[in-house]
Ligand binder design. Structure first.
Ligand code: SAM
Length: 215
């Protein structure tokens, strides 16, 4: 999802500055929980939040969890902020940030769960390292997740899904809830993303897996 840059968004996003952070800094390492009403609650992070459907719904469903959504494009993050504000969620913070540098702002084992939904497939083989489930990304997530923490992954792209399962297996993550048709499976799908709604409306199956980090 590449949105044309809209200069008015730089100003408009300030309306949401109480829960949107545009310049996350290293000083926040290990301190993200302190931003929430209940710092003892688990921290769940969505990478590539897009326009926020998923995180806004999940935050409503799980009022006892703290959520951080990470999105690199401000023009997209703005719409996620609008959605979270409309949902009146108190337990969400949104960061404009590049997931490639997550370890510069999160401490080891700070996160309980990571969600990656419909990330860009980067179909060309020479771009494999850019996929958010490339093994070096998985190694970062592993360091950031607490012991027993897991990664939840959804995609419409079979090539990316197969690649992701291979990478997870190669890095010794424990796979569970693997399905090639999430919406016709027994797995509980609590919230849909924008892309998920779009693809499933066209009759495309949704691929899903849950992976627990290696010890
Ligand atoms: N998760 C949403 C959904 O399912 O509807 C959006 C999917 S869209 C294909 C992927 C999103 O990930 C885009 O909004 C893009 O800007 C964001 N993204 C891509 N690379 C990223 C990165 N390195 N860090 C943070 N966000 C990223």
């Amino acid at each position: 999802m590449r949105l044309r840059r809209k200069p008015w968004i730089d100003e408009a996003v300030k309306e949401f500055e109480s829960f949107v952070c545009l310049d996350a800094k290293e000083e926040m390492k290990g301190r993200w929980r302190s931003l929430f009403a209940d710092p003892a609650a688990p921290l769940w992070v969505e990478i590539g939040t897009g326009k926020g459907n998923f995180i806004a719904q999940m935050a409503q469903l799980h009022g006892d969890v703290n959520f951080i959504g990470i999105e690199v494009q401000l023009g997209v993050l703005y719409y996620a902020a609008k959605k979270c504000a409309a949902a009146e969620t108190e337990n969400v913070r949104l960061l404009r940030f590049d997931a490639a540098a997550l370890e510069s702002i999160f401490a080891a084992q700070e996160i309980d769960r990571i969600f990656i939904n419909f990330c860009d497939p980067w179909p060309k083989k020479r771009h494999a390292k850019r996929r958010l489930t490339y093994r070096l990304f998985l190694d970062r997530y592993c360091r950031l997740l607490r012991a027993g923490g897991c990664l939840c992954f959804k995609s419409d792209n079979r090539g990316l899904f197969d690649f992701t399962l291979e990478e997870l297996t190669a890095r010794r993550w424990s796979l569970s809830e693997v399905t090639y048709d999430l919406h016709n499976s027994d797995i509980v799908n609590e919230a849909m993303t924008e892309y998920e709604a779009k693809f499933s409306a066209k009759g495309q199956p949704i691929f899903h897996c849950l992976a627990t980090r290696p010890t």
